[in-house]
Design a protein around this ligand. Structure first.
Ligand code: AMP
Length: 114
């Protein structure tokens, strides 16, 4: 989708700091980090929200978590702890309608999350 910023990042039409890529997913640094580690993990397939997931996407979602696991280890926050967040629709604060995992870490996380 041409008007999707994350699709444009995948196509290299918008610059980003890519930290991981394979055939079905991409991970890059959030442009407005909310923690010392704030990486976004996205599928290359354009899926607007969690509500749009189909059964055929089960493997894809598991794959995103696997990448989060790898990046957390690579960035040495795995043992300390980290948070994975996916926002869905307006009240959650979703601003980019291309499904993504926020990988947040490197500081103490608060609960409830505001
Ligand atoms: P959400 O609000 O859950 O939809 O998260 C969208 C995230 O994308 C926010 O944390 C933004 O800072 C981030 N973001 C938006 N545009 C870019 C971009 N061009 N490069 C990297 N991160 C971005």
């Amino acid at each position: 989708m041409n008007d999707c910023i994350f699709c444009r990042i995948i196509e290299r039409k918008v610059p980003s700091m890519i930290v991981y890529e394979d055939e079905i997913a991409l991970a890059f640094e959030d442009v407005n980090p909310q923690a010392p580690v704030h990486t976004l993990i996205i599928p290359k397939k354009h899926i607007p929200t969690v509500l749009d997931l189909k059964e055929a996407d089960d493997h894809l979602i598991g794959h995103l978590f696997k990448i989060a696991n790898k990046i957390a280890r690579d960035k040495n926050i795995a043992e300390r702890g980290f948070r994975l967040v996916t926002n869905c629709n307006a009240e959650s604060g979703q601003t980019v309608y291309h499904i993504h995992l926020h990988l947040l870490g490197g500081r103490h996380m608060h609960w409830p999350p505001g």
